[in-house]
Design a protein around this ligand. Structure first.
Ligand code: AHM
Ligand code: MG
Length: 336
């Protein structure tokens, strides 16, 4: 009966069947999805829109910004600022929390990476938008405080991402499992195409940027060495490897057919224990993966339980098929 439902129809249907989904949260998710339609339209024009290449600026993390990082950030901020649904926002591309004027203020905090995997944009490989929804403690009555932005992953009310690939797909959780909605360009709507996504418990496929191997912790190096030994090694199976360098595409693949994705601890710079950011990459992806029956860890602790100290905090990430993530955690535990 739910097959073919449009995104908002489906969320309203879930509410009617007893799921705890405030109307404002449904509206917020719907508005984010509209923003992502604008982003996919912009991204898919590629060279035609003259927006490929670097912008000549750096974000707070010292990374070179692509023109599309800035354009997509402006699309999201511009749209959500006047939605009447958010009190503040946190973006990968903006150093400080973004406050919303009092008359437009809503109940929620929206964290987002407007264009994840943007190093891939010029070479025409999938990119995406990741988002996480938190509540503001004072609601729409006052500006949110820093503590409202720095909430643990377990406090997320919703999380999702949209992958701009051969098709544009929105992956969403509100804490009741994971559903996928494919953008039907003929009608301009995200339509439910997969309900109750479940990640296979076991896998033979790993994703990691091998060029960083010498900077990883010893247990991570040992785990990957053992993967490469295949069926003759201690893990007893022949693995396959993938690396897209777009987390949205990697997590999408894991949701569809299982796998393990790692961007592990890296010793190069103690202030950057990992590459990925907790608030708008690791936490939302963890919420989605856990809701699909997978597991997410730094290799030492559950990501969604981590204390938050900084809007742009970086964390090591190991996520995917449950039994494989457990193995990586065990390699690290044995080394203690
Ligand atoms: P970004 O948000 O600046 O695009 O960085 C995050 C991306 C992830 O999507 C991906 O997993 C990783 O960076 C790839 O990193 P690398 O280029 O080191 O392989
Ligand atoms: Mg990113």
């Amino acid at each position: 009966m739910t097959a073919g439902m449009k995104l908002k129809q489906f969320l309203l249907h879930e509410k009617r069947t007893g799921v705890d989904l405030p109307y404002d949260l449904i509206e917020l998710i719907h508005e984010v999805s509209i923003t992502c339609k604008e982003i996919t339209a912009t991204v898919s024009r590629g060279e035609l829109s003259g927006v490929l290449g670097v912008a000549g600026t750096e974000n707070v993390q010292g990374e070179t910004q692509k023109k599309l990082d800035i354009i997509t950030n402006d699309i999201m901020v511009g749209h959500m600022r006047v939605s009447g649904l958010v009190a503040g926002m946190g973006s990968e591309e903006v150093d400080d929390p973004i406050m919303v004027p009092a008359m437009e203020r809503g109940e929620y905090i929206l964290m987002f990476d407007p264009l994840d995997g943007s190093s891939n944009i010029d070479v025409n490989i999938s990119v995406g938008t990741i988002f996480s929804v938190l509540t503001a403690s004072k609601g729409c009555k006052a500006d949110p405080e820093m503590k409202d932005f720095l909430q643990k992953g377990t406090r997320q009310k919703a999380a999702g991402f949209v992958v701009y690939g051969p098709s544009t797909v929105l992956v969403l959780t509100t804490g009741q499992g994971v559903n996928m909605f494919t953008l039907d360009n003929r009608i301009g709507e995200f339509v439910l195409t997969k309900q109750g996504v479940s990640i296979p418990t076991d896998t033979k496929e790993y994703a990691i940027n091998m060029s960083n191997q010498r900077f990883w912790e010893k247990p991570m190096q040992e785990y990957i060495d053992d993967c490469q030994l295949g069926e003759k090694g201690p893990l007893g199976k022949r693995y396959n490897m993938r690396w897209v360098a777009s987390m949205v595409a990697e997590v999408f693949r894991i949701l569809v057919r299982g796998g393990i994705f790692m961007y592990p601890y890296d010793s190069r710079d103690p202030s950057k224990p990992g590459k990925l950011r907790l608030m708008y990459e690791a936490n939302p992806m963890s919420f989605i993966v856990e809701q699909a029956g997978g597991m997410c860890s730094t290799a030492h602790e559950r990501i969604m339980d981590m204390a938050v100290t900084d809007l742009h905090q970086r964390v090591p990430v190991v996520l995917g098929s449950r039994n494989e993530v457990i193995k990586v955690v065990e390699y690290h535990a044995r080394a203690k």
